[in-house]
Design a protein around this ligand. Structure first.
Ligand code: AMP
Ligand code: MG
Length: 330
């Protein structure tokens, strides 16, 4: 059941008392704490088991609040906010003194975004304060795209969940720094470099280390190689190699069957926006079978002229990280 004014009031009270509230966005559910409340932010890191070198994104209700969180608000930030907010673009700008450096993993920059979900915008407005919001899951695990995913990971005494239904976009925001020349994407998302460049009227450098390439060294703290991962080992496979798969493996397939009968098949949508929206729930479903392995049929990676190129790139980025073996398990 979707939350209303009563649940928002309860969430505001929990946050003002230093508590944590999971909130819906169009990307994934966030684990919220008041961004200026250092001890609440410490609890967010502790509860997630998140390394303190992985910075948090600050969520605001609009550009005015963003200015209060930023040490400076360059013209590029204004242009991006004006075109994409509320929406899945996080903008990296200088950090204001009011934001504890812990939020930014010690950096003097901060990533800020205004999420496109009416419940969460109403929450931030009622609160009158910005919220940190990493994904509401234990660090490294699959991000939550429903309220039930969050409830499965945390107790209601630790985290109050505002239920806003399933997330429409399904993968995390594009993170773009406007402080480098040219501006640079630090984490790919459904909004790609070309769209950002059109708005800025200048080139935008795409993220490095995604898709078919091996991930390159992290250009900023927090770009952990293994991330978004299910419990079962996951591999990206070409369709023609499926015959080698172990019996009982789960296959996430976006093309039509038939597939080897030893596989349990989860059908994925063939179009990029629906694939992205479905991805994390499908990974959880696959894990639910306790399979020896999860296989993902390699999704397309079309050239930049394709309408959905950016979304397929973001999907490839998440799949590559999810399929990175845990250290020690080659
Ligand atoms: P999450 O909250 O788990 O979606 O992750 C937030 C991600 O945003 C981090 O892992 C970084 O990739 C990026 N990020 C957040 N803050 C900054 C920052 N100040 N500078 C650069 N990247 C950032
Ligand atoms: Mg996360």
């Amino acid at each position: 059941m979707s939350a209303g004014p009563e649940q928002i009031a309860h969430a505001v009270a929990r946050l003002r008392a230093g508590g944590l509230v999971a909130f819906p966005t169009e990307t994934v559910y966030g684990l919220g704490a008041i961004a200026t409340d250092r001890s609440a932010v410490v609890r967010v890191f502790a509860l997630k088991g998140r390394p303190q070198n992985n910075p948090l994104i600050v969520h605001v209700a609009g550009e005015d609040m963003a200015r209060s969180v930023a040490g400076a608000w360059p013209a590029r930030a204004h242009r991006l906010a004006d075109s994409f907010w509320p929406g899945p673009v996080s903008i990296v700008v200088p950090r204001a003194e009011a934001i504890p450096s812990l939020v930014a993993a010690g950096a003097d920059t901060i990533a800020i975004r205004c999420p496109a979900h009416p419940l969460t915008l109403a929450l931030i407005e009622a609160l009158g304060a910005p919220l940190v919001g990493p994904s509401a899951n234990p660090s490294g695990a699959v991000s939550p795209t429903t309220a039930d995913h969050v409830r499965a990971a945390f107790q209601e005494s630790e985290v109050y969940v505002l239920d806003g239904g399933p997330c429409r976009r399904g993968i995390e925001s594009t993170v773009v720094s406007v402080l480098s020349d040219p501006p640079r994407i630090l984490r790919p998302g459904v909004i790609g470099a070309d769209e950002l460049a059109d708005t800025l009227g200048e080139p935008v450098e795409d993220a490095r280390g995604h898709g078919h390439e091996a991930p390159s060294p992290a250009p900023s703290p927090g770009l952990l190689q293994r991330h978004y991962a299910p419990r079962a080992p996951m591999r990206i496979v070409e369709r023609e190699h499926l015959a080698d798969a172990p019996a009982g493996a789960v296959l996430l397939a976006h093309s039509p069957g038939p597939f080897p009968s030893a596989l349990r098949v989860i059908e994925m949508p063939a179009d990029a926006p629906s694939y992205a929206a479905r991805l994390y729930a499908a990974m959880r479903e696959a894990d639910g079978f306790n399979p020896p392995r999860i296989l993902v049929e390699r999704p397309p990676l079309p050239g930049s002229a394709h309408r959905d190129a950016a979304i397929w790139r973001a999907i490839a980025d998440r799949l590559t990280r999810a399929a990175t073996p845990a250290s020690g398990d080659a």
